[in-house]
Each structure stands twice: as structure tokens, then as C-alpha cells.
Design a protein around this ligand. Structure first.
Ligand code: IDP
Length: 138
């Protein structure tokens, strides 16, 4: 029973040279990469990707951040891939929520600059994968 999730290395992670570290942890966990691409996010994709946060106080700066430099987008597959990558990533706030040993816990300090994105449910994953990789075969 395999599922897929969308993983992003956000602009801060790319800028800091952590792409290899993220991919390495995905692979060490036993998850499989089925697509991988470096991408400059435009305003439209940013708004669609983060639509659920529209109206929140940090929405504007979040869009500015995610469009500020290249991201690496990956489709990651495996049993419970959504939860498995959320575990690898750690909680949203790198200090208050992410545990040491997770990517955010080990490398992050600020809630906005938390290095990676991972879909938060199988339903979100389906929506996000269509948005980011519309041509990918199931
Ligand atoms: P998630 O990425 O752990 O699923 P979400 O709550 O969906 O967390 O938030 C999306 C992204 O918005 C976070 O990863 C982070 O970059 C940013 N963010 C969340 N909360 C805040 C905040 O309070 N201030 C600034 N940025 C935030």
C-alpha cells in the first residue's frame, strides 16, 4: 500500500546547501524518489499552493519567501509516505515544535524559514501533486 507526497526544499534550504541532506534522509528512511526538479516558483503557483493560508497575517511574507529563489520539488513514494516525511521534517516551528533529529529540529530556527514542505495529508498530497506535477503518471 504505497502513497505519494509532495516534498519541497524551500529557498532557504536550497540557499544553505541542504538539498543533499534532505534527499539523503528521504532515501535512508526507505522512501523512493519518483520525480525531482529544481524550480522557480511564480506568484500564481505560490498562491495556489498556500491557498489555505490566504488571509493569515503571514500569508504575504510566505509568498514572498517561497518565490524568493529556486526550490527543489520532489515526489516521494512509499508506505505512509505523507506521515513518514512529516516525521523526517519535524514540526512547523523548528525550535518550539520540531524534535532534534528532524530536519527542522536540526537545521532551523525560525518558523517561516523552516527548510522543507511536506503535504499534511493524503488529500493535500493529491491536490499538491496535481498542481506541481500535472503530467506525472500514477
Ligand atoms: P507545515 O509547513 O508544517 O505544514 P503550515 O501550518 O501549513 O505548516 O504553514 C505553512 C508554512 O507557512 C510553514 O511551513 C511556514 O513556512 C509558514 N508559517 C507557518 N506559520 C507561520 C507563522 O506563524 N509565521 C510565519 N510563517 C509561518
Amino acid at each position: 500500500m504505497s502513497e505519494r507526497t509532495l516534498v519541497l526544499v524551500k529557498p532557504d534550504g536550497v540557499e544553505r546547501g541542504l538539498v543533499g541532506e534532505v534527499i539523503s534522509r528521504i532515501e535512508r528512511k526507505g522512501l523512493k524518489l519518483v520525480a525531482l526538479e529544481m524550480r522557480q516558483v511564480d506568484q500564481q503557483l505560490a498562491e495556489q499552493h498556500y491557498a489555505e493560508h490566504d488571509g493569515k497575517p503571514f500569508f504575504g511574507s510566505l509568498l514572498e519567501f517561497i518565490t524568493s529563489g529556486p526550490v527543489v520539488a520532489a515526489v516521494v513514494e512509499g508506505p505512509k509516505a505523507v506521515a513518514a516525511f512529516r516525521q523526517i521534517a519535524g514540526g512547523t516551528d523548528p525550535v518550539e515544535k520540531a524534535e532534534a533529529g528532524s530536519l527542522r529540529g536540526d537545521y532551523g530556527l525560525e518558523v517561516q524559514y523552516n527548510l522543507v514542505h511536506g503535504s499534511d495529508s493524503p488529500e493535500s498530497a493529491e491536490r499538491e501533486l496535481k498542481l506541481w506535477f500535472p503530467d506525472l503518471q500514477a
